[in-house]
Ligand binder design. Sequence first.
Ligand code: S3P
Length: 182
Amino acid sequence: MAASRDIKNLALVGFMGVGKSTVGRILAEQLRFDFLDTDERIEREAGRNVRQIFAEHGEPVFRGMERRLVQSLAERNHLIISTGGGLIVDPENFADLRQHAMIVCLWATPETIYERVRYQSHRPLLQTPDPLARIREMLAQRESAYRQADVLVGVEHRSAREIAQHIVHQFNAMRKPAAEPA
Ligand code: S3P
C-alpha cells in the first residue's frame, strides 16, 4: 500500500504549451523554491535536445529518461518541478510524484494550445500536417491522467502571475496540517 503523502514540493503537469515552465519559474521565485524543468534537465544530461532524442533514439528512450529523473526526485525538498506534457501519463510517475509533491495541472482548450504552439518547432509530437487534430486527439487520450491532479487550473484569461498566486494559496493550504496554527 502507498505510504502517506509528505508534501514538500510542487509539480506542474499538463499539455504542451499551457505555460508550465513560465508559471513554475514564478512559483519558484515566490515560494523561494528551486526550479527544475524535466525537459531541460534531460537535455542537459543527454547533451541533446528533446527533438534529437526522439529522432535518434525514439520516444520510449525519452520516456525512460523521464522515469529515471522522477525516481531521483523523491528525496528533494522545496522544489518546483515543471514536467514535460507526457510525463504524468505514466501512472508510476504520477504515483511517485504524488508522494512528495502537490500536483497541479494547468489546463487549456485544444484551440488555445494550438495558438500557443503553432509557431514553435521544438516539440516532436506536434510536427504533423494537422497539429490541431493531433492536440485534440492527445488531449482526449490524456485527459483522465491530467484530471487526477490535486488542483486543476484553467490558464485562459489569466496571467501567469495570477495563476501562480492561485497555486501558492492552494499549496499553503495543502501542506499545512489543519490543526497547526498559522
Ligand atoms: C511532450 C511534451 C514536451 C516534451 C516532449 C513530449 C509530450 O514538453 O517533454 O516533446 O508528450 O507532451 P512540454 O510539455 O514542456 O512541451
